[in-house]
Design a protein around this ligand. Sequence first.
Ligand code: 5CU
Length: 388
Amino acid sequence: PRASKAKVVDVHTHMYPPEYIRILESRLTIPLVRSFPGATDPRLILLDAEVPALNVALSSGPAATPSVLPGRPLTRHFASLSQKLHFMDTHGIDISIVSLANPWLDFLPPATAGPTATSINTSFSSMCAAHPGRLYFFAALPLTAPQEAILSSIAHAAALPYCRGVILGTSGLGSGLDDPLLLPILRALATASLPIFLHPHYGLPNAVFGPLAAAGAYGHVLPLAIGFPVETTIAVTRMYLAGVFDAVPSLRMLLAHSGGCLPFLAGRIESCIVHDGHLAVLGKTASPPRRTVWEVLREQVYLDAVIYSNVGLKAAVQAAGEGGAGRVMFGTDHPFFPPVGGGEGEDGVWESVELNSLAVEGAFGAGTPGAEGVMGGNAVEVFRLFGE
Ligand code: 5CU
């Protein structure tokens, strides 16, 4: 038991409701779930980088056990509410803001995306209602559906009592988050006071990682450690360059993985803008009136603390500016990054969680106001987690 009474809040924690798993089980292309002979759990295959291993596994025939299993095990942690609560109890987490994991509803046909969003968001809402004060959620949006369906889904989510925002990937309506056609959606979210939890999925093209990666030599390290954060960095920089933050000044975003590389690269992005001859001709470099990247980060952006080291965490806090510790929030990424080996180890303490809480202690000192804010106090205030 912790000595401190300060709440611990996990803002980055995922689930796939059973109906979502059923959709994945019915699919022939990624994202999909497949069982292989000899594997304890079915495999969850999500990322483009996992397709070469999937193809090798499928080519060995339905009765053969592949030498390398593609994707990751679909453990009981992905869909089970009791497992989520057990995980929270094991790690001293008082409150979780749960979200559908990637790739959300991005792959659904336009006709089914809207009804699926309604059904999945209602499931999340019912889960939260069964544990009032312990669970809240970020809703998923049917981004492949027509605009009216997306706007109705936002209205539906905003009316659900435990909804505290929406989770989005970087694809937007298909052309990214700097797409002018997305502005009505972003405005509707801002008007409904629903912040966006921005999370990567698409990473970088496999070719960037090279043939050895495609042959499986480096496991999942490159797409997860580099592809994901770079994707987030590019998506937010595109939004900044397109003037999205100025067009929707009340929009608020929580960026996964401490904003990817943004805390480290914001200075370079700024300098590249200031020194860009083309932007100068367009009158887009002078500040003011331009809000700098730093200003936008400090005014419209929150960062999670899922960065696994106090070096990255300190950069995130500094990027968030004076009082920046108030804009950074603890997360676990459960059920991803379980202890390797599976089995009973998954019911104990996860090293991936400890690395993140140790990073907070290392950056602020255990039990300090800064640490307590990052571990939970900030999320309670920002996401209004007051127990209703
Ligand atoms: O391990 C992974 O691939 C992932 C993922 O897909 N999504 C996520 O949130 N974390 C890890």
